[in-house]
Design a protein around this ligand. Structure first.
Ligand code: SGN
Ligand code: CA
Length: 534
């Protein structure tokens, strides 16, 4: 039935598009513009629409106020480039082939921007892509190479590389507005992908936020001192504990001199401060040097737990400081759309490439199917379609964006896309939505942060995970009664039935999405062939 509607719209739409110039204005109104805003590693805990414990993000919140807040959005593979590949292709990692951050994206994949461009959309991408190759299907792109830099970043463009002086979050917005003002074909509807580097590691805020954020103290998460009891080997051996694995120099911004003087062993990571101009560096030092000196005085009398809390506070100050600039710039963009009278016919999405641990389980970073990295923020506004201020708790995924945007643009999605269009949820037709479980699969191991390979299933009530490769362990969590996921109840006799049912459902999902042990073994073989593992 849904397909039929799309089909009718498609033919109707095409006839419409080939009509005279006079109809082009109407045509623009018929097919909405799409603004896809994505930041990198932005935890939902750090958006005040979800929780106001850590930071106020009034501009991002505005999207939910005028639209919809998804409280149960997740990713299929919680890591940067794979998430982006899932978003663009509408296919799970094992199908689109981009299972990790290492290998380049296979550009023979069909992406939704290519289809939109072909159907007459003007397409542009600014910011972080992280694919190792340029995006297809864009009339204009200016992207950060790899992870990109916070200060004076380089951009890859169709005209070659260019370095822009300033702060990355502001620059990405400047480039976007410049495209709007000077080069956008105003006759066409547009797709804008506006992709922030922030708040990705190494969490370097803009000058205007140094002082304000380094003076703040944040509430500690309940599981900051998690001992991982009841969890398997994967949680116990992951290398993303704030006390043990967060570095003092690179992450907490303690000066190398102080760390050396105190005789502390600290993992060496690239020095990002070298990119700053002298003036930028002087402003940075004026705030961060006194923090280093304070650390020098305090360190000798610090216990492990005091050091953990100190590192957590430093982490939050800088991580959240970078989000303040994201929020301001999202406000700039939303205001621009308003001023240009574009808001009315534009769907605006705010999301992150995955969630992030802000001290939960003692961690930073992501990769696990445990809640804070599995769940991702999702806020959508679409005037005249979404009822303002709606909260939606259905389980949606980054896998769903491609088909959503294709439906919005009235394009029939290719048969092999694996998501579901969110349009029924956005337009208040919930009865057309019947998903009761989602599938997850993470692959990048062994690698940084040592999170073991695992796949699993989540329903609204439970989460079942299988860690494999060098272990064979299952974990089960009761999402309603144990939201912190500290009680692994896989072996609890009371849950034998639940485990059996979920294992069966998981099997069915693996068939539905065409994943298998055989495919996992092929991906492990790629690691072996490349010499990444023995
Ligand atoms: C870098 C970071 C990691 C992070 C990965 C992946 N280390 O390697 O902490 O997990 O990126 O992040 S750093 O020393 O370079 O900061 S992702 O967002 O690209 O997936
Ligand atoms: Ca990321």
């Amino acid at each position: 039935m849904k397909r039929l509607t799309v089909l009718v719209l498609f033919f109707f739409g095409n006839a419409f598009f080939s009509c005279s110039e006079a109809l082009k204005e109407t045509n623009k109104k018929v097919r909405p513009n799409i603004v896809f805003i994505m930041s990198d590693d932005h935890a939902y805990q750090a958006i005040s629409a979800y929780s106001d414990q850590l930071i106020q993000t009034p501009n991002i919140d505005r999207i939910a106020k005028e639209g919809m807040l998804f409280t149960n959005a997740s990713v299929t593979n919680s890591i940067c480039a794979p998430s982006r590949a899932v978003i663009l292709t509408g296919k799970h990692s094992h199908i689109n082939g981009k299972i990790d951050n290492r290998s380049p994206f296979d550009t023979t994949n069909v992406t939704f921007p290519q289809l939109l461009q072909k159907a007459g959309y003007e397409t542009a991408m600014f910011g972080k892509l992280h694919f190792g190759n340029n995006p297809k299907g864009f009339d204009e792109f200016k992207i950060l190479p790899g992870q990109g830099d916070y200060y004076n970043p380089v951009f890859n463009t169709q005209e070659g590389d260019t370095t822009v002086t300033g702060y990355v979050t502001d620059i990405i917005t400047d480039l976007t507005i410049d495209w709007f003002e000077k080069r956008r074909d105003t006759v066409k509807p547009f797709l804008l992908m506006y992709l922030h580097k922030a708040p990705h590691r190494s969490w370097m805020p803009a000058k205007r936020h140094y002082k304000q954020f380094t003076q703040k103290t944040f509430p500690l998460p309940e599981t900051l001192f998690d001992d991982y009891e009841t969890r398997g080997e994967a949680a116990n051996t992951a290398e993303m504990n704030i006390l043990k694995h967060m570095t003092l120099i690179y992450d907490n911004k303690v000066s190398a001199k102080v760390v050396e003087d105190l005789n502390i062993e600290d993992r060496k990571l690239p020095n990002r401060l070298v990119r700053m101009t002298e003036m930028q560096r002087a402003s940075w030092d004026s705030i961060y040097n006194p923090i280093s000196e304070e650390f020098r005085r305090m360190y000798p009398s610090m216990s492990d737990s005091t050091l953990m809390v100190w590192k957590y506070q430093r982490y939050m100050q800088d991580y959240l400081g970078t989000i303040a600039a994201v929020d301001e710039n999202v406000g700039r963009l939303l205001n621009y759309l308003d001023e240009e009278k574009l808001s009315e016919n534009t769907i605006v999405v705010y999301t992150s490439d995955q969630g992030f641990y802000l001290g939960e389980h003692g961690w930073f970073d992501k990769r696990f199917m445990y809640e804070e990295s599995f769940k991702t923020p999702l806020l959508v506004k679409w005037p005249n379609v979404i009822t303002p201020g709606t909260t939606e708790d259905e389980m949606v995924q980054n896998l769903d964006f491609a088909q959503t945007f294709l439906e919005v643009a009235r394009i029939i999605p290719p048969d092999d896309m694996q998501g579901e269009s969110l349009v029924p949820l956005l337009s208040g037709q919930k009865e057309k939505w019947d998903r009761d479980a989602v599938y997850y699969h993470y692959y990048e191991y062994p690698a940084e942060h040592a999170v073991k390979r695992h796949y699993g299933i989540a329903t609204k009530e439970f989460k079942l995970m299988h860690f494999y490769y060098d272990v064979d362990e299952w974990e089960l969590y009761d999402r309603k009664n144990d939201p912190n996921e500290v009680n692994n109840i896989f072996a609890d006799p009371d849950y034998i039935q639940v485990v059996a049912e979920l294992k069966q459902k998981l099997k069915e999902l693996r068939v539905k999405y065409q994943d298998s042990d055989e495919l996992s073994n092929q991906y492990i073989k790629i690691y072996k062939d490349n010499g990444w593992i023995e």
